[in-house]
Design a protein around this ligand. Structure first.
Ligand SMILES: NC(=O)c1ccc[n+]([C@@H]2O[C@H](COP(=O)([O-])OP(=O)(O)OC[C@H]3O[C@@H](n4cnc5c(N)ncnc54)[C@H](OP(=O)(O)O)[C@@H]3O)[C@@H](O)[C@H]2O)c1
Length: 305
């Protein structure tokens, strides 16, 4: 018997593709909502993992609604700025409502922006704006909040500095930061997509560690002494953000340096921490720890990280 149908926007993306595979693993029928101009290679990749392709112009609500019809949930794994997170995602939400789909999971996948101050993090503001309009729609909407992707630690998230054996922090070396791997977020999202009883917000954290904890883990893994390194207070980080926005505004970039600094400010202030956690909602979930992630990085790079 065919499993429940989940319509997925952003299946070609990093997180979206992982969610798609996790849904297929759970025997869902995944309908990837793709743009008409998607390449043959991309189509083959999506079909290769068992997805059904549903082609529609993402600006056309009627066309999108036709492709969402019959789904038990629409999942958005879109990424971008206002034209994607508000404009394109709103068409998707309206299409889901029009098609009579009962549930929608929005592309939030962030730290807890419901607890941070508006106007201090551009990407959080976009999610907050979408959340406010989604709450008025005639559909049950769920946001999954997961902190930072653990995969970025030691990679895109530059707080680990291997050359000087330091872990950079602002404000407090003992402030806990929430992390979850992309694969764990995807596995949890697949479970949530198939769960008719999800609440408005689900909060998860695969691990919560401070800069001091990260330095200790790195010291053990590498056999070299890592120490936390104070980069300043939250006020000085705020000044750096203002300067970076003046010098290199990059208004059309999804992730300019100042955006990364805004995330750091929210994480190190403790305001965006996730609590209470819904980690135990689905039995059998196994959460990747920071130690496992950093050990894997160390083993695969063959260098001290
Ligand atoms: N918590 C964290 O640390 C963290 C880190 C990274 C990302 N995230 C979140 O995870 C979610 C997915 O992110 P991702 O990195 O997987 O996304 P991604 O791969 O960059 O993009 C996902 C999809 O968004 C659409 N998209 C991207 N850029 C677009 C543009 N300029 N115009 C129109 N559509 C665009 C595309 O869909 P089509 O192919 O259908 O056009 C793309 O496949 C987002 O909510 C993101 O903020 C969280």
């Amino acid at each position: 018997m065919a499993g429940p149908v989940v319509a997925l926007a952003g299946a070609s993306g990093d997180l979206g593709f992982r969610i798609a595979r996790a849904l297929v693993d759970r025997r869902a029928e995944v309908r990837a909502l793709i743009r008409p101009d998607v390449s043959a290679a991309e189509r083959a990749k999506l079909e290769g993992v068992g997805l059904t392709l549903a082609e529609a112009d993402p600006r056309n609500r009627d066309a999108m609604a036709a492709e969402c019809a019959g789904a038990s949930c629409v999942v958005s794994a879109l990424n971008g700025l206002r034209e994607v997170m508000i404009d394109r995602q709103s068409v998707l939400l309206e299409a889901a409502v029009q098609a009579g789909v009962p549930r929608f999971i929005s592309s939030d996948f962030a730290a807890d922006f419901t607890k941070t101050e508006p106007g201090r993090n551009r990407n959080f503001d976009l999610r907050r704006d979408f959340m406010a309009s989604a709450d008025k729609a005639r559909i049950k909407v769920t946001s999954i909040l997961n902190g930072a992707f653990l995969d970025m630690l030691g990679a895109e998230m530059p707080i680990v500095q291997p050359r000087i054996h330091r872990v950079i922090y602002w404000h407090d070396a003992d402030q806990l930061l929430d992390f979850t791997t992309k694969n764990d977020v995807a596995a949890y999202t697949a479970r949530a997509a198939l769960d008719e009883t999800t609440p408005r917000i689900l909060r998860i954290a695969g691990d919560s560690v401070s800069a001091r904890n990260i330095a200790a883990i790195l010291s053990e893994i590498s056999g070299e002494h890592y120490r936390p390194f104070w980069a300043g207070g939250l006020g000085s980080l705020g000044v750096m953000i203002r300067i970076a926005r003046l010098v290199a505004p990059q208004p059309t970039a999804a992730f300019p340096p100042w955006q990364g600094m805004q995330y750091m400010r929210d994480q190190f202030s403790g305001r965006a921490r996730l609590s209470p956690l819904d980690n135990d909602r689905y039995p059998g979930m196994r959460w990747t720890t920071t130690r496992e992630h950093l050990s894997h990085l160390f083993q695969t790079s063959g260098e001290p990280i």
